[in-house]
Design a protein around this ligand. Sequence first.
Ligand SMILES: [Ca+2]
Length: 394
Amino acid sequence: MRHLAFATLTVGLLLGLAVRPGHTDPLISRAAPPAEPVPWTATVITDDLEYPWGLDWLPDGSILVTERPGRVRVIRDGRLDPTPVSGTPDVYDAGQGGLLDIAVHPDFADNQWVYFSYAAGWRRANHTEVARARFDGTRLSDLEVVFRNADSKSGTAHFGSRLAWLPDGTMLVSIGDGGNPPVSFAGDVIRKQAQNRGTHFGSVVRINADGSVPDDNPFLNDPDARRELWSYGHRNIQGLARDPVTGVLWATEHGARRGDELNRLDAGANFGWPAATFSRNYGLGTQISPHTSLPNMVDPVVVWMGGYAPSGLAVYRGSVFPAWDGDLFAGGLVSARISRIDLDAAGHVQAEYALDMDARVRDVALGPDGHLYVLTDEDPGRLLRLDPASPAKS
Ligand SMILES: [Ca+2]
């Protein structure tokens, strides 16, 4: 290993590259990846949703789906209930805002809690919020806000906000950086707040189920940091998934122009935005930062340099597609595909394959039946189930 490291260093110096011990360069995905080799087909469960955004399952197998304009829909026994659920939170429905993710409490059978993330406020002052309510199968009640971004912003972009449960009963919530220039905050472009631990912008926060702060959050001893902060330096995470076998947390986030990222999350870590990024400004493509990597900031695992625009993310663990076990499925809006990120047992990227969906993909989730489910970002939007297909006959 020492010889290999020395050789790598020597070659790196000869080529004028900056080689740092222990640093693994991210996989740069430039073109459309090769087509998924495992035969699959998509079955339409419903095609009667309006801009669906997130979904989760109740213990009885029913599926709850959020629609961005502010509705929750129920799919029972494979059929969409025509009546939306009543008692949903009021949301700011504009641009990227609206009713966003949904997460059923792991102990739903005992407490009936369902959690929502959404944009709240109005055009000149809005923020990301998380609320919970009890669901009796028809309506929501006892609605209460459990988290709200401490600061407001203007505009209709970068709310995050995916939800993920951890085994200890706490919840992670992704919060966007607040928007692109010229959206400003404290006299500067708001995206710089992703490096300010004193705001929730551009972060992942961790809360208890009742909204209180866990007593082992990473920045509790930093007087300048928000107590809910768990990781920071993110632009806009829209895919968040935990591998139940390895415990690893994965997230996909949008760059500006190019530079979308897959990151392996860690408590207390700084993921770089906007100090270190592969992406450039919209419009003229001017530089956001001269750095793609900086000390004490975590590099991405994959960087997409084509038009990808990541959405929902799932870790596949199931028996329906044995060849996919342990791999990541990253939805794409602009790319209209799902990328399978083939990981080895140690979590290293081996390859990327494309499942062409021919529609903007908003969410990808693993169902309790071992199938992957997909929401398309359309009106009418679809809920699809991925099934194995027979190999093509030669
Ligand atoms: Ca980053």
